[in-house]
Design a binder for this molecule. Structure first.
Ligand code: RIB
Length: 276
């Protein structure tokens, strides 16, 4: 109302609306918002830092009462600017999934553990030459996944030649291009750090007559593909999107209620390996 200046609308910025991970998260948040009498405005940054900034301004100018923010991976190349922007944001917000060093509430997953579990599983299956397809931008999330992979490889004394770590974008074409690089290495297994890239890898492999897991064993990340892959069983790291959404909602709601007095919350959720 005009008296309280509340609009009962909230904003959600996601980096890629085509990625099941974010569309599922958007669905959880939208349903939850509606249950509580809010309207959620969902916008897509296309993993662009400039769009992150633009969309934040746009949502604030629309009068949203609070903001859910999943920032672009590109934002990590502009940390100071992003931190500056967030420290001046005039509405309550919660950082989701991709976090940065800013004194604000955050809900995210332990990415080191996820990547460690994925790599360890490949090692347990007898592989030692394991490559890692990671994100081009050194975001906290992709760096942690690389670190988890390295941790498992180090523990077993396995070498990581430079060409084993392949940066790509978190999309189908990123995986497709990365698979071309994989073919130039001598690896026998791949830890792919998101499902969209796994689709791209499989596309390339299929075109080349390469079989999974006979020629390359893959462990993926996000665990959202099992309904779409027919005849291929791929183990994956599961991040509970429903819990991510619900916890984020609780955090945002409490900061909208208590304003400046709201306690800053740092919630780290655990991923798990789903073996197939
Ligand atoms: O597929 C999208 C990935 O980027 C997810 O694993 C999620 O953690 C995000 O940051």
């Amino acid at each position: 109302s005009l008296v309280t200046k509340r609009t009962k609308t909230l904003g959600l910025i996601i980096p890629d609306i085509e990625n099941f991970f974010f569309s599922k998260l958007a669905k959880v948040l939208e349903m939850e918002a509606r249950k509580k009498g809010y309207t959620l405005i969902i916008v897509n940054s296309n993993d662009s830092f400039r769009d992150d900034l633009l969309l934040m301004d746009l949502l604030v100018s629309r009068g949203v009462d609070g903001l859910f923010l999943v920032m672009s991976n590109e934002a990590y190349q502009h940390q100071t600017e992003m931190q500056e922007k967030l420290s001046h944001l005039s509405i309550p917000f919660v950082m989701i999934d991709r976090v940065m060093d800013v004194p604000c509430s955050k809900v995210y997953f332990d990415n080191v553990t996820g990547a460690y579990l994925a790599t360890k599983y490949l090692i347990e299956q007898g592989h030692s030459r394991i490559s890692c397809i990671c994100n081009t931008y050194i975001s906290n999330n992709s760096l942690s996944r690389i670190n988890g992979y390295k941790k498992a490889m180090d523990e077993h004394g396995f070498k990581i030649p430079k060409e084993y770590i392949i940066p790509a974008n978190y999309r189908i074409e990123g995986g497709y291009e990365a698979a071309e690089q994989i073919l130039k290495t001598d690896c026998t297994a791949i830890f792919v750090s998101n499902d969209m890239m796994t689709i791209g890898v499989l596309k390339k492999f299929m075109e080349c007559g390469i079989r999974v897991p006979e020629d390359y064993m893959i462990v993926s990340y996000d665990n959202l593909l099992s309904d779409f892959l027919f005849g291929i069983r791929i183990s994956s790291i599961d991040q509970d999107i429903h819990e991510l959404g619900i916890r984020s909602w609780e955090v945002l709601r409490s900061s909208m209620k208590s304003g400046d007095k709201a306690e800053v919350q740092d919630i780290c959720l655990m991923p798990k390996l789903i073996v197939r």
